[in-house]
Design a protein around this ligand. Structure first.
Ligand SMILES: [Zn+2]
Length: 317
């Protein structure tokens, strides 16, 4: 065994308990996320509650930056705008399950929870996604939620930094505190950041989000799956050369028996941004292409209210 492979094995054994491989549907909360050591500071942008009428503009800008994101979609919104879901997938972003109608799952009977989560999982897979994670609305879940997720073969994940963008936009996204109150020094920022693409103000603020996070120390932007896989990445940059695995089973086929393994996480090529060249980014900002959202139908009936108070409810856990 080479030294590199030996270190890889040591790292794998060290971090395996943090990942779904050892305990499917174990909750990956903010503390677990931030306890992972990384060879370089990665940041994962996550956008909840969409797709919305603003998602197309967000995708335009993300494409301009060459940055992948993770979208935790509501089944109901995905059903109203399947073209946007397909576009999110086609452009290399990750799609996760955020329930069908954004209820507080803890207040629902097990059967109702099952319907919220399973119907969304089935729809997203039918649209071409391979959701690996469920993010319960408000961060609220119970034992039934975990069992349902386990049966679907998906992990449950929260976030490490909440932007509170539904309330107001922060003065500096690099100074957001983690779920346990940590604020990172300049140059050390990393983590999984929570935003909502149901808010125009958030989408319009993407350039400042990226600039702040880069100034804070983010070295590269990745999807949630790639962020978590990075804990098993023994060599910086290996994620960019990893080949995709076989696709997940077709909807309805053997999904309930699939046990998540870190090694089977699908990693499309180049799904993380290149190491950032801050100078080039400042001199050549991306040009958002407003109005070029493909064939997606504008969503005029999305209610932002359901996105409210994610952090308040999460704090109850
Ligand atoms: Zn939400």
């Amino acid at each position: 065994m080479t030294t590199t492979r030996a270190w890889g094995l040591i790292l794998a054994l060290t971090f395996l308990p943090l990942l779904p491989a050892e305990a499917p549907a174990a909750v990956i909360d903010g503390n677990r996320i931030m306890d992972q050591r990384m060879s370089e500071n990665l940041c994962a942008l996550t956008f909840d509650d969409g797709p919305s009428r603003y998602t197309g503009h967000l995708l335009d800008m993300l494409a301009g930056y060459g940055i992948p994101a993770t979208f935790f979609l509501l089944g109901g919104n995905a059903e109203r705008n399947p073209a946007m879901v397909r576009r999110i997938i086609a452009e290399g972003h990750e799609v996760g399950n955020h329930s069908w109608s954004h209820p507080n799952l803890r207040t629902l009977a097990p059967e109702a929870q099952e319907q919220e989560i399973s119907a969304t999982d089935a729809l997203l897979r039918a649209l071409g996604a391979s959701p690996s994670y469920l993010r319960p609305p408000y961060g609220n879940f119970d034992a039934h939620t975990l069992e349902i997720a386990r049966n679907l073969g998906v992990g449950v994940i929260l976030w490490s930094m909440d932007s509170h963008d539904w309330k107001h936009l922060p003065a500096d996204y690099a100074k957001l505190r983690t779920t346990r109150g940590t604020q990172y020094d300049d140059g050390e920022l990393r983590g999984i950041f929570l935003f909502h693409d149901t808010h125009k103000s958030t989408v319009d603020d993407l350039p400042r989000i990226i600039a702040n996070l880069l100034a804070g120390g983010c070295r590269r932007f990745v999807t949630v799956s790639d962020y978590l896989a990075a804990a098993l990445d023994p060599e910086p940059g290996l994620l960019m050369t990893r080949h995709p695995k076989a696709p997940f089973p077709a909807p309805g086929l053997a999904v309930q028996h699939r046990r998540m393994q870190a090694s089977e996480t699908a990693l499309p090529l180049a799904r993380c941004s290149r190491p950032w060249n801050a100078t080039a980014a400042r001199t050549a900002p991306p040009q958002p292409l407003r109005g070029s959202s493909g064939t997606a139908t504008p969503l005029d009936d999305i209610d932002d209210a359901h996105a409210a108070d994610d952090s308040r409810a999460a704090a109850e856990i």
